[in-house]
Design a protein around this ligand. Structure first.
Ligand code: NAD
Ligand code: APR
Length: 240
């Protein structure tokens, strides 16, 4: 039996399937990932733009990095792979989705049960007083209207805690899953990289490059997210 057919079998017999995605889920939409050859961190030192220290010590560089990502995302959209995952939720093949991505593509494609573990790049707040701020105010590099503090996107910066509600939801759903499908993540960053090991169910890894530490997966599909999801979906449609 092929790996695709195995995954389809597991999806058909699963009462609780959870998907966990990373930046590799959005590269076929034109959004770079972080640690691939063309990833953000090959051009920019993450310590200089994706940490609280960066926000405090070099706000113009921090602001430029996130403004550039926001403007890029305005030209990008979810791809067929995102829409397949939304269709699986509608048809009852997918029960929960957790993502490290801040691009909102899973929500745009129609998934409802989504945990954004690293926040969202589409909403903003003052880093000092926490009050919400408008995108236009952030892009214009305005200070907080209440306390004159620095504005930032609601993206989890390195060293910051993940949003508690999203983390607990992803953890409890993955712990109780029959199948966990991990798509497009290097599994390099703590604590999300701990999640796949916490399930009692079958673990599937769909990734362009298979990291050496990925040995604990029950099924590994080396390939591009959209292409592999199209293959699985084609088989699923025939068998459902
Ligand atoms: P870490 O020391 O666990 O590094 C893990 C991996 O991320 C390593 O491969 C490292 O090369 C890389 N890395 C380290 N600092 C980075 C940075 N500033 N930007 C991008 N990559 C970086 O890093 P950490 O600080 O312990 O990360 C885990 C903490 O950061 C957790 O508290 C988590 O909540 C938070 N976090 C933030 C983001 C984000 O969106 N920037 C993503 C994941 C985790
Ligand atoms: N299909 C499948 N896999 C892909 C594709 C694709 N089209 N494109 C890239 N990949 C793979 C890459 O080979 C890589 O292993 O996706 C993985 C992306 O890994 P990272 O770039 O490390 O992104 P991610 O795992 O999401 O990073 C976690 O680190 O800096 C933080 O905030 C950032 O949330 C991010 C976190």
């Amino acid at each position: 039996m092929s790996k695709i057919e195995t995954v389809v079998d597991w999806l058909l017999s699963s009462n609780k399937t959870v998907v966990l995605t990373g930046a590799g889920m959005s590269t076929e939409s034109g959004v770079p990932d972080f640690r691939s050859a063309s990833g953000w961190w090959t051009k920019t030192d993450p310590q200089k733009v994706a940490t609280v220290d960066a926000l405090k010590t070099d706000y113009p560089l921090f602001h430029e990095f996130y403004s550039m990502r926001i403007q890029l995302l305005e030209k990008c959209a979810p791809h067929k792979g995102h829409y397949i995952l939304a269709d699986w939720e509608k048809k009852g093949f997918l029960h929960h989705l957790a993502t490290q991505n801040v691009d909102g593509f899973h929500l745009q494609a129609g998934n409802k049960n989504v945990d954004e573990l690293h926040g969202s790049i589409y909403t903003f707040r003052c880093h000092s007083c926490g009050r919400s701020a408008a995108k236009e105010a952030f892009l214009a590099m305005e200070s907080c209207a209440y306390c004159n503090g620095r504005l930032r996107p609601n993206v989890v910066l390195f060293g910051e805690m993940l949003p508690e509600k999203a983390w607990m939801s992803a953890l409890s759903n993955i712990q109780r899953a029959d199948v966990v499908i991990v798509i497009g993540t290097s599994l390099e960053v703590y604590p999300v990289n701990q999640l796949p090991m916490m399930t009692k169910g079958k673990k599937v890894y769909i990734n362009k490059e298979i990291a050496s530490h990925a040995t604990y997966f029950d099924c590994i599909l080396e390939g591009k997210a959209k292409e592999v999801l199209l293959e699985i979906n084609e088989q699923l449609e025939k068998r459902r």
